[in-house]
Design a protein around this ligand. Structure first.
Ligand code: FES
Ligand code: FES
Length: 157
């Protein structure tokens, strides 16, 4: 039995009939083609699937799409301006080399934006603690932390 859901994704209204068992991450990737949201573990541990729901970072593999009824979802594809200018946090990750393979990066950026909104002037330790739910197998985290600090400053946080 299909269920109809309506929500906003990256500022655009979306309505779809879905299997009620569909995870939000699956809906974003397979129905909407927003494959910037990655699936690293499917068990809520790696953070690669992090998106914003009503401005808060959530792991989209832990939420059913039907639970997103009526909310506003932002994915990594929704961060840049209409003219293609990167979000300051995206630009900081690029400038600080806060990535290698890039698999974790969309989730890292989404989590980083939420963390600096909740913790203005976050210390290095707070950044490390807050990114505990986002795993990176490549970088050793050092440049990710630098990127978050630079991104926060660019966001005025
Ligand atoms: S895919 Fe969601 S936390 Fe890993
Ligand atoms: S850059 Fe490769 S997993 Fe983080």
């Amino acid at each position: 039995m299909a269920i109809s859901i309506s929500l906003t994704v990256n500022g655009k209204p979306v309505t779809a009939d879905i299997d009620p068992r569909t995870l939000l991450v699956e809906f974003l990737r397979t129905r909407l083609g927003l494959t910037g949201t990655h699936v690293g573990c499917d068990t809520g541990q790696c953070g690669a699937c992090t998106v914003h729901v009503d401005g808060q970072a959530i792991k989209s593999c832990t939420v059913l799409a039907v639970q997103a009824q009526g909310v506003a979802v932002t994915t990594i594809e929704g961060l840049a301006s209409a003219d293609g200018t990167m979000h300051p946090m995206q630009a900081a990750f690029k400038e600080c080399h806060g990535l290698q393979c890039g698999f974790c990066t969309p989730g890292m950026v989404m989590s980083a934006i939420d963390l600096v909104e909740r913790h203005p002037k976050a210390s290095e330790q707070t950044i490390r603690d807050e990114l505990e739910g986002n795993l990176c197998r490549c970088t050793g985290y050092h440049n990710i932390v630098k990127a978050v600090q630079q991104g926060a400053a660019a966001m005025g946080k």
